[in-house]
Structures are given as structure tokens and as C-alpha cells.
Design a protein around this ligand. Structure first.
Ligand code: HEC
Length: 179
């Protein structure tokens, strides 16, 4: 008998649930909100690819970047990028080795546009996304020059930054690329 009650309940519950939903059309609606305007999408759509696709217009040099670095970055990363409470940003411009196991920008990062993307997206941590494109190009130029990857006077912009070849470019195994 108790078995029969269970079966009856199992049939009864879904029927009730369906009729409640059907009674209120709003509950069935997907409630996806309003579409974003192109301007709103722009603010989120900031992906920069390793080959430089997505880099915005703008430019900057190491000289400008040095000033911003001292104001906004040195407190955590050290006056010369040697590291502090946060990791080092400067090392020798050559791949890491047993003698130099550094994983800083000059020794480790395979693509220069990633520096721009990371810095603009997340640094300084207390004011992420506050840097302008020019400030970010200048900071990227400063970090690349401090790592000995570009010259002190080299201007970084969407074209020149994408063309920078990082010392450790070939230090990774590409698992998703068929050769
Ligand atoms: C309040 C401390 C603080 C300040 C100020 C700061 N950073 Fe950082 N930064 C960090 C921390 C912590 C990390 C590690 C974050 C992580 O691994 O997710 C980091 C990571 C980085 C990295 C990645 C390093 C690596 O090799 O993985 C870069 C590049 C960087 N910061 C650049 C900057 C720049 C440029 C500024 C100034 C605009 C700045 N940071 C300001 C704390 C700071």
C-alpha cells in the first residue's frame, strides 16, 4: 500500500508544478536582461592575443613609462623591477636556466603583447583597468627596455609591440598546434 502512495506522489508532483508555471508566463520567460550597446561591449571586449590582435591605438616609450612605474608600481615590484612584496619584473634577456632560474618578463614571457594585456587588465591591483592605452604602452616599453629586450628610445604601439621577439619565444611546447 505504501508503495502505491509513493507512485501516486511521483505522478502528482510534476503535474502540480507544471500547472503553477503555466499560470504565470513571467516565470517561464528566460529573463536574459537587456542587450548591451556596442559601447558597453567595448568596455569588456579587451582581449589581446599573443600576436598583437586587439591592441588598441596609442603609443609610449620607456622614458614616459619609468615615471608611471615609479608612481604606481615600484612600491610592490621594487624600484628597478627587482621584486619586493610582488614578483620581480626584470631579469636578464635570456631563457631561464639552472644558473638563472628566473621567470620574469625578459627570461620567461614568450610574447610581448601579453604584458600590455596583463598590465592593463589587472595592475595596479587596487585600480585595475585604470591605465590608459598610452600609459600601458609606456609601461610595457619601460618593462621591455629594463629587461634589455628593446632599446630605451623605442616607441611601443600596436605594430611595434606585436613585432617584438621575446628571448624565450621558443621555450614552450605547443600542445594545441599540429606541425
Ligand atoms: C599593491 C602591489 C602591486 C602594485 C602597486 C603593482 N603590482 Fe603588479 N603584481 C602584484 C602582484 C601581487 C602580482 C602577482 C599577481 C598574480 O600572479 O596574479 C603582480 C603581477 C604583475 C605582473 C606579472 C608578473 C609575472 O611575471 O607573472 C606584471 C607584469 C605586473 N604585476 C606589472 C605591474 C605594473 C606595470 C604595475 C604598475 C602599474 C604594478 N604591477 C603594480 C602586485 C602589485
Amino acid at each position: 500500500m505504501s508503495m502505491l502512495r509513493h507512485v501516486a506522489a511521483a505522478i502528482f508532483v510534476p503535474v502540480v508544478a507544471t500547472s503553477v508555471i503555466a499560470a504565470d508566463a513571467d516565470v517561464r520567460a528566460p529573463r536574459l536582461g537587456t542587450p548591451l550597446s556596442p559601447g558597453e561591449v567595448e568596455k569588456w571586449d579587451r582581449t589581446i592575443f599573443a600576436d598583437g590582435r586587439g591592441l588598441p591605438p596609442g603609443k609610449g616609450t620607456a622614458k614616459d613609462g619609468r615615471v608611471i612605474y615609479e608612481q604606481k608600481c615600484a612600491s610592490c615590484h621594487g624600484l628597478h623591477g627587482e621584486g619586493g612584496t610582488a614578483e620581480e619584473l626584470v631579469s636578464e634577456p635570456k631563457p631561464p636556466s639552472a644558473d638563472n632560474p628566473s621567470k620574469a618578463i625578459g627570461s620567461y614571457w614568450p610574447f610581448a603583447p601579453t604584458i600590455f594585456d596583463f598590465v592593463r587588465r589587472s595592475m595596479p591591483p587596487a585600480a585595475a583597468e585604470s591605465l590608459t592605452a598610452d600609459d600601458t604602452y609606456a609601461l610595457t616599453a619601460y618593462l621591455l627596455a629594463a629587461n634589455g629586450v628593446i632599446g630605451e628610445g623605442d616607441e611601443m604601439n600596436a605594430k611595434t609591440l606585436a613585432a617584438v621577439r621575446m628571448p624565450n619565444r621558443d621555450g614552450f611546447i605547443w600542445i594545441d598546434v599540429k606541425k
